[in-house]
Design a binder for this molecule. Sequence first.
Ligand code: GUN
Length: 297
Amino acid sequence: MQGSKILAGKAVAEFVNQQTIEKIEILKEKGFNPGLVVVLVGDDPASAVYVRSKGRMCEKMGILSKTYHLPAETSETELLNLIDELNNDDRYNGILVQLPLPKQINEAKVIESINHLKDVDCFHPRNVGLLSIGSPYLLPCTPAGIIEILKFYKIETSGKDVVVIGRSNIVGKPMANILIQKSEHANATVSIVHSRTKDLQRYTKNADIVIAAIGQPAFLKPDMVKEDVVIIDVGINRVEDASTEKGYRIVGDVDYNGLFEMSSAITPVPGGVGVMTISMLMHNTIHACAKQNNIDL
Ligand code: GUN
């Protein structure tokens, strides 16, 4: 959809979900029932919300789903033993361990223990490597969702200057890695800026597209960008707000109201990138199922 200023995620998610539903039918006709298992350790309320919505989406789409909710004191060995069991459980094509994990557990070790063919997050070093050489197994969910938004709203990336704010393994680094590839919907010139960047505005002011993924409410301000910039807001920050029923509201990493006028297109929060992540997880799960069974989807 060309020319839309507000880059709503819902329409894109519905488009992607429809394709996923059709592909699930194909898999089922061939006798394969895709399955996803999610492991949550501890009581982080935001993580619990995400995990619940992943389970609900699986059910809605007809993907077998199971959630393990382990106590915050779970040891690394206990978690590794569960992952080993799930690696060998043919019902599950995808394994997702919700991050962050409690302090006593080494995240890198856990990620490496997941069978790379079941790594629907695309966090396993093997899959990160495949992505960086331009032969991805799957694309990590949040960056993949951003690419789908750019495709759907016909926002050109080829030859554009893109600035990614934030260098996380979940969003910033893979996002840059996808956008620099010599492939359709990529071919961008990408800078990653972060908390130690000297004169961050020097980069953001020159960007055609800014992707904000730093986890700081309203970090990106109007004086940091140029006119007609495209803004992709990955932030999901809870800020206290006594006037709401829950006592908080969700805001992004960009000053949406301040930036709306001068941007040529902008994702809202909520209702932008966030809704895409789960759609892409469903997409990855069924593609993992297809790849594991040598089916071309
Ligand atoms: N925590 C925040 N985002 C993600 C994600 O995409 N995958 C996992 N496993 N944990 C997360």
